[in-house]
Write a protein that binds this ligand. Structure first.
Ligand SMILES: CCCCC/C=C\C/C=C\C/C=C\C=C\C(=O)SCCNC(=O)CCNC(=O)[C@H](O)C(C)(C)COP(=O)(O)OP(=O)(O)OC[C@H]1O[C@@H](n2cnc3c(N)ncnc32)[C@H](O)[C@@H]1OP(=O)(O)O
Ligand SMILES: Cc1cc2nc3c(=O)[nH]c(=O)nc-3n(C[C@H](O)[C@H](O)[C@H](O)COP(=O)(O)OP(=O)(O)OC[C@H]3O[C@@H](n4cnc5c(N)ncnc54)[C@H](O)[C@@H]3O)c2cc1C
Length: 667
């Protein structure tokens, strides 16, 4: 989407591109239809003044939140008036680009009802939710417990005399704390609480609790609810009303417990279905799988800004070339920037694969086949963890890559970081999630002689071979072979997992020993996830990539794999699979990849197709007219509303006019 003002400071860069830009845009969008929908929705949002992002970082919280309500309401009205499809509506909300209550309503409340509600319950609640006659949030986390879901304290006690549950928050720490949309917008909360029947605790179950009046939006009797307070950064996640919620013996009908996985009968009998209880975590799995593509989008925004700016920015020069050099010419800039560019492409490819993995497991679940659930859980948890951590760090790296101007909100990067960084915590703290992957790896290894591992863990079936054979690379170009690369990542991951599994197996099996080994377990989980990322990027390339873009994608794929190999060289070396010399050869190959990326860099970020409106960055503008817009932007600063600053009379003038020697002055 070209929406520059006609002056293209980056035209020279674009002229160097060696691939089919349009084909790359379609590939990154996920297909022609998706591309067309994206283009249409991005323009719709960019051309509608209600959706303007101007001044967002300067608004006080109340105004910011009210404006966000206005945008969410307008988005919904636009969807209805234009008769947009579900996919179009989703895209439109995506381009509005600010966290709001509808994310949780559509992204967790509805999926949880679909996954955990009986058909009857779905018929009751979904039509109301689809037309937004009710607004729902996902109220799981409490003040005292987030990661440890089994430790939640809110209770739902069944009263057979009235056929109701009594929802109660028995302690301060049982206060629901964090749910997005809960603070001010939601009328209903999907509450995770301990189910108690006849004094017996059956553990955590989900309940739909009405919390606000559908007449006047006031909290219902004995419900205490509000916003938890200002969060990190300007703008960022502050458009969201993360909330608190307490119940004081609030009664809800028995049918408000979601009963697909377990039921409570009218006479108070608790009956479990034969489905795994982990299906109660389904909404989290759904969001975690979607987070991988989302990571690609966020990272690609930061990288677009940093690449375009690096092509515009000039510093120093050398005696061989006239004028100053574009900073993108510097090897150090390339070695920090190009791997992030490649990572954004890798996450896009892997995100597409995640969608198919999720579709497959949903199909199986419908047929009561739960066999792939552990692997899908490990995969979604692990890739959520790695991709969000790398993306958050990557956005910050892009800010630094833009030097001083990156620190200005006008660069778009501080707000992007503030909005994104909680992704490392929500939907599961990233370390907790890697520990889940590690548990899966240990279990898989312990059964390897009896059960052949499948899917992303299949390589562990070759553990013996991977533990004995070493890397055969003897010259740089030997690395330019995807099988060689894959084997290196498989061997490193298998050896790390086997080493920690062996250490644990030799021990007493105590929890203390397990704890002692958690740093290594986390490292081995990370290695497994990096293997999945590299292997799925390769696999996606090998399945029907159009001719006009294949070469560039191969370069990006090698760039991604080599940079992962080099960044984790310590692990690869420690497992003994590769030598220092082989790592050095990979480093040389990586530099060759940078040379191949360099003439295509600007076009490769253009292919992400972010509009100027969506990027919201003076540094990342399509036309590269950075300095004019930074300068113009300064005049929008509220401190410049008056030439003489408000406060001059009270505070500056006295300082300037006292004309007294400061007692400690040596002058
Ligand atoms: C689609 C749109 C995408 C776009 C996304 C973009 C942005 C996102 C938008 C907004 C974000 C805003 C909202 C955020 C919301 C939230 O944060 S909601 C709250 C999230 N909370 C968590 O994630 C809590 C993390 N904790 C847990 O998941 C569990 O407590 C934990 C897994 C750590 C432990 O669970 P527990 O029940 O105690 O289990 P055990 O350790 O005993 O394990 C039992 C077995 O169950 C397996 N298992 C665990 N989880 C799952 C699962 N989800 N699915 C399948 N299986 C699971 C576990 O591995 C154990 O297996 P074994 O017995 O070892 O075989
Ligand atoms: C912006 C945002 C939006 C959110 N939205 C929602 C929402 O809509 N609904 C909802 O229910 N929740 C929501 N949450 C809550 C979120 O899901 C939790 O904060 C998250 O799951 C982490 O849990 P915690 O806060 O209890 O962290 P803790 O578990 O207390 O983590 C603190 C530290 O302890 C470490 N730690 C904890 N246990 C272990 C262990 N066993 N081994 C090793 N290390 C450990 C962690 O790694 C971390 O470093 C949101 C949070 C944020 C920040």
């Amino acid at each position: 989407m070209q929406d520059g003002n006609g002056l293209d400071h980056l035209a020279g860069e674009r002229a160097m591109a060696q691939f089919d830009l349009q084909a790359m845009k379609v590939y990154l969008a996920g297909g022609q239809r998706e591309y067309e929908i994206s283009t249409k929705m991005a323009q719709l949002v960019a051309n509608d003044p209600v959706f303007s992002k101007e001044d967002r970082v300067r608004l006080a919280r109340k105004d910011l939140y009210k404006n966000s309500l206005r945008k969410a309401g307008h988005a919904w009205k636009t969807i209805l008036e234009k008769g947009l499809s579900e996919v179009e509506g989703l895209k439109l909300r995506h381009f509005v680009d600010e966290p709001t209550y509808t994310d949780l309503h559509w992204g967790m409340f509805i999926p949880a009802i679909k996954g955990q509600g009986t058909e009857e319950q779905q018929h009751k609640w979904l039509p109301l939710a689809y037309k937004m006659a009710i607004i729902g949030c996902y109220a799981q986390t409490e003040l005292g417990h987030g990661s440890n879901v089994q430790g939640l304290e809110t209770t739902a006690t069944f009263d057979p005399t009235t056929d109701e549950f009594i929802m109660h928050s028995p302690t301060v720490t049982s206060t629901k704390w964090w749910p997005g949309g809960l603070g001010k917008a939601s009328t209903h909360a999907l509450v995770y609480a301990r189910l108690i029947t006849d004094k017996k605790d059956h553990g955590i179950h989900a309940f739909i609790a009405p919390i606000r009046s559908l007449e006047d939006h006031t909290p219902l009797p004995n419900v205490t609810v509000g916003d938890i307070g200002v969060k990190f950064g300007n703008g960022g996640y502050n458009t969201m009303d993360n909330g608190f919620l307490r119940f004081d013996h609030v009664r809800i009908p028995r049918e408000n417990m979601l009963m697909r996985l377990a039921t409570v009968t009218k006479d108070g009998k608790y009956v479990r279905s034969n489905k795994p209880r982990q299906l109660g975590y389904g909404a989290m799995v759904f969001v975690r799988q979607g987070i991988v593509i989302d990571a690609s989008i966020y990272l690609s925004r930061a990288v677009t800004i940093a690449v375009r700016y690096s092509a515009v920015r000039r510093q120093f020069g050398n005696k061989d070339e006239p004028g100053e050099l574009q900073v993108i010419q510097y090897r150090t800039q390339q070695s920090r920037l190009f791997p992030l560019l490649a990572t954004a492409y890798a996450y896009r490819a892997v995100g597409f694969w995640m969608k198919s993995l999720y579709a497959d497991v949903m199909k199986r679940l419908n047929d009561n086949d739960f066999s792939t659930l552990p692997e899908v859980h490990a995969c979604t948890a692990g890739l959520k963890s790695i991709t969000t951590s790398v993306t958050a760090d990557g956005i910050e790296e892009c800010r630094k890559l833009c030097g001083g101007h990156g620190f200005l909100c006008a660069s778009g990067l501080p707000e992007l970081y503030a909005a994104y960084v909680p992704a490392c915590t929500y939907e599961g703290d990233n370390t907790i999630l890697l520990l889940q992957v590690a548990r899966f790896l240990l279990k898989t290894l312990s059964q390897v002689s009896k059960v052949r591992p499948v899917g992303t863990a299949a390589y562990l079936g070759n553990i013996k071979q991977l533990s004995t054979q070493n890397c055969k690379v003897s010259q740089g170009h030997d690395w330019l072979n995807t099988s060689v690369l894959l084997e290196a990542f498989e061997a490193r991951s298998a050896r790390q997992a086997a080493a920690v599994a062996l250490r644990l197996a030799k021990g007493s099996g105590s929890e203390a020993e397990f704890q002692e080994n958690t740093p290594e377990l986390v490292e081995s989980a990370r290695a497994h996830c990096q293997l999945i990322l590299v292997s799925k990027f390769i696999e996606q390339l090998q399945t029907g990539t159009p001719e006009g873009i294949r070469k560039q994608l191969e370069v990006l794929c090698y760039t991604y794999a080599f940079s992962q190999l080099i960044d984790n060289a310590g692990d690869f070396l420690a497992t003994g699979y590769v030598t220092g010399n082989q790592i050095a050869l990979a480093k040389e190959e990586l530099k060759h990849m940078f040379d191949k990326i360099r003439p295509n860099a600007v076009a490769l970020v253009d292919a992400f197709d972010h509009t100027d409106d969506y990027l919201g960055s003076a540094l990342g503008r399509y036309d590269g007219d950075v300095y004019t817009h930074l300068y113009k932007g300064a005049f929008k600063e509220s401190l410049n509303d008056t030439v003489v600053v408000d406060g001059y009379e009270e505070y500056l003038k006295p300082v300037l006019t006292q004309n007294l020697w400061a007692p400690h002055s040596k002058l």
